[in-house]
Design a protein around this ligand. Structure first.
Ligand code: SF4
Ligand code: SF4
Ligand code: SF4
Length: 392
């Protein structure tokens, strides 16, 4: 499977120029349109660029159009460049601006106190927002499972800013990446094991100097003892995994141990959560999800993105994340809402902070100072008393 086309910050200028080339080369065959609910509704990529540019924020960046274009053009890259251009010149409706701002706020919240957490270990597990919000129990289990191979493994809680990246909001992603690199350096973290393929994409694009690997590349395969092993399943590869051919092959191998795979997506098929479609146009977002609902397909979906799994559960499907199988964790059967996910993240980050010796010492010191101040204000002791005590 060839990797999904990539773009990076340095190539953005060239990509913008390529919008023009794309427009001149597209033969309007419509093949890409048949694979995409967004194009079905809004028209061919050249129509979007020329007539409905702002609708481009409903594009999920899945890359399916570029995979199937018989002329080997890259419509997804031209559309992504258009997002960047529109954000840069700021000519957007209030509704779109608000949606873009909401993605920024989401990413920033996960990037700041009290949700952010960095340990002082050389190797750390970075679960990503979705996994830490939905399965904090699994997140806590992973360092234990990796101990034999890597020794002490800490847990980093932070956001890679992919929600902003998906909108073409690249300046804020760049700033966040700089901050993440500083934090990793300050904590002496040299290698990250990532729990999310979107995070893997962002690290490869913005922080290539950091050594990273995907959790499914490093966890043991697990035993064939899963109760669903007799059933046929549909293996859903999340969109960013199409950049990482080896990861997809590894996932296929692991999934085949546990399940009988009747079908898998060979081109990206967004679950409906990509881009801003779920924020600006829920009906369109559901159309993306419904594409996974072809008659006769296996009803059980196996995937390796918690965002996708949560989305499939919301649409009434039976869905597993492979990590639930490999960590022998109980299956999450119901989708979680946003409040519950943020609460999970808060509890997880607080419990990790309380485990850190440095934080415990800081809390004890603060409490001692507060206690001493209180006693002093009540007149129980004075500075003179303390000196007398020392002299005695
Ligand atoms: S498949 Fe390629 S050539 Fe055909 S309409 Fe889409 S972008 Fe244009
Ligand atoms: S949603 Fe996917 S297939 Fe559709 S235009 Fe965007 S990148 Fe292409
Ligand atoms: S890619 Fe998604 S899951 Fe991963 S850190 Fe970013 S927002 Fe969270």
């Amino acid at each position: 499977m060839p990797a999904q086309p990539t773009w990076d910050q340095g190539a953005m200028e060239a990509l913008k120029a390529k919008i023009e080339n794309f427009l001149s080369e597209c033969v309007r065959c419509g093949y890409c349109q048949s694979k995409c609910s967004f194009l079905e509704k809004y028209g061919l990529p050249p129509d979007i660029i020329e007539d409905e540019p702002e609708s481009v924020f409903l594009c999920t960046n899945c890359g399916a159009c570029s995979k199937v274009c018989p002329k080997e053009l890259k419509p997804s890259e031209a559309l992504f460049a258009l997002k960047y251009e529109l954000i840069s010149n700021g000519k957007l409706s209030e509704k779109t601006k608000r949606a873009i701002e909401s993605s920024r706020r989401y990413a920033l919240r996960g990037h700041r106190f009290p949700f952010v957490h960095y340990p002082y270990t050389e190797i750390a597990f970075w679960p990503g927002c979705s996994l830490q919000g939905t399965r904090p129990d699994i997140v806590k289990k992973i360092p234990e499972m990796l101990k034999e191979v890597y020794g002490k493994v800490g847990i980093v809680l932070d956001c890679c800013f992919d929600p902003a990246f998906q909108n073409g909001d690249l300046d804020i992603v760049e700033k966040a990446a700089t901050k993440i690199k500083e934090r990793l350096k300050a904590h002496g973290i040299k290698k990250l094991i990532l729990g999310c393929s979107n995070c893997l994409k962002i690290f490869k694009l913005y922080m290539p100097e950091i050594e990273v690997d995907h959790i499914l590349n490093v966890l043991p395969d697990g035993q064939k003892n899963f109760s669903l092993s007799h059933k046929e399943v549909y293996l859903h590869h999340p969109c960013p995994s199409f950049r990482f051919e080896e990861l997809q092959e590894r996932v296929f191998k692991i999934a085949s141990i546990h399940f009988s795979i009747a079908k898998q997506n060979t081109i990206p098929m967004c679950c409906g959560l990509g881009g801003l479609s779920h924020n600006l146009n829920e009906e369109l977002s559901e159309k993306f999800t419904e594409r996974h609902n072809c008659a006769g397909d296996p009803q059980t979906i196996i995937t390796y993105c918690m965002g996708c799994k949560n989305r499939f559960l919301k649409m009434g499907k039976e869905a597993y994340h492979l990590i639930e199988i490999l960590t022998d964790a109980k299956q999450m059967k119901k989708p979680l809402g946003s409040k519950k996910k943020w609460l999970n993240r808060l509890i997880l980050s607080t419990s990790l902070k309380l485990k850190s010796k440095r934080v415990v010492v800081a809390i004890l010191l603060t409490l001692s100072i507060l206690f001493a101040t209180l006693l002093r204000s009540k007149g129980y002791f004075t500075i003179e008393n303390i000196f007398e005590l020392i002299r005695a």
